[in-house]
Design a protein. Structure first.
Length: 257
C-alpha cells in the first residue's frame, strides 16, 4: 500500500509541483522500502503480490539505471519463486505475461533520417486526430490531452544524439509521467472510450520511439512489453468510419518503430 501511496503522491507532485506532495512521496517511498525488506525476510506466497506491488512502485520511481536494474532483478527473482511455489494470483499472472527483460527488445538501428521521418509522421497523425476530435465533440477535452503529447513529441523531435543528457532526461521524464497518469485518468473520466484508447495508443507509440531512440531510454520501463500493450489497446478501439484511417495509420507507424 505504501508503494501505491508513493506513486499517488508522485503523480500529484508532478502535476501540481506541490512540495508537500513531494515530501509525502519520499516518506511513502521509504516506508515501501521498509515493507519490502520485511516481506522478503519472511517471504511466503501470501506476501508475493504485496512484494510485487511494492517492487513495481519503487521501480517506477527510480531514476538511475543501477537501482532500476537491481529492482528489476529482484522482481524477476520474486516471480521465479512464485512460479516454483505454485503461486497463481490474478496479479501475478498478469505481470508474468507482461514482464519482458530489456535484452529481449529489438534494437536494430535505423538512420537519423528514418528516425526523424517516423516521429514527424506520428506528429502529423496526432494533429489530424486532434482536429477530428475537436470537430466531433468540442466539449470532450480528450483532444487537449493529445495536444500535450504533440508538444512533447515536437520537443523530442528537436533532440539528436548530440543533445545533452540533461535535456533528454527532462523530455523522457515528462513522457514517463504521462505514462503514469494519462491512460488511467482518461479511461476513468473520458466521455468516449475509443477516443481515449486512440490517445493512449499515440502515447504508447511515442514511448516506443523514445525507448528506441534516446540515450535516456532506461527511464522508459523496459520490463513492460510496450508493443503488446499498444496492440492490445488498439484492438479495443471500436471500428467506425471516422476511425478507420487514423487507426490504420497508427498501426502502420507502430510497426515501423
Amino acid at each position: 500500500m505504501n508503494g501505491v501511496l508513493a506513486l499517488s503522491a508522485y503523480q500529484v507532485a508532478s502535476v501540481t509541483h506541490c512540495q508537500h506532495a513531494r515530501r509525502k512521496e519520499y516518506q511513502y517511498q521509504m516506508l515501501a522500502i521498509q515493507d519490502l525488506r520485511k516481506c522478503l525476510a519472511n517471504f511466503s506466497p501470501e506476501h508475493a503480490d504485496g512484494a510485487l506491488v511494492a517492487s513495481l512502485s519503487l521501480l517506477w520511481l527510480c531514476e538511475d539505471m543501477s537501482s532500476r536494474s537491481q529492482i528489476s532483478e529482484g522482481i524477476t527473482a520474486i516471480m521465479q519463486t512464485c512460479h516454483r511455489q505454485g503461486h497463481r494470483s490474478g496479479f501475478y499472472l498478469m505481470l508474468a505475461k507482461a514482464w519482458q527483460p530489456a535484452a529481449e527488445r529489438c534494437t536494430t538501428p535505423i538512420s537519423e533520417i528514418e528516425r526523424s521521418l517516423i516521429l514527424q509522421d506520428l506528429i502529423i497523425e496526432m494533429y489530424r486526430f486532434q482536429n477530428l476530435l475537436k470537430e466531433q465533440d468540442p466539449e470532450d477535452d480528450t483532444w487537449r490531452k493529445l495536444r500535450m503529447l504533440i508538444a512533447l513529441a515536437q520537443d523530442l523531435a528537436k533532440l539528436d544524439p548530440s543533445s545533452s543528457a540533461d535535456k533528454q532526461f527532462e523530455r523522457v521524464r515528462m513522457l514517463r509521467d504521462y505514462q503514469l497518469w494519462l491512460p488511467l485518468n482518461d479511461l476513468l473520466s473520458g466521455r468516449n472510450l475509443s477516443n481515449t484508447l486512440m490517445v493512449n495508443g499515440y502515447l504508447y507509440t511515442l514511448a516506443l520511439y523514445a525507448q528506441r531512440h534516446t540515450s535516456q531510454a532506461h527511464m522508459i520501463d523496459s520490463t513492460i512489453d510496450l508493443r503488446e500493450l499498444l496492440q492490445n489497446t488498439l484492438r479495443q478501439v471500436r471500428p467506425s468510419e471516422s476511425y478507420v484511417e487514423p487507426l490504420n495509420n497508427l498501426k502502420a507507424l507502430a510497426v515501423s518503430m
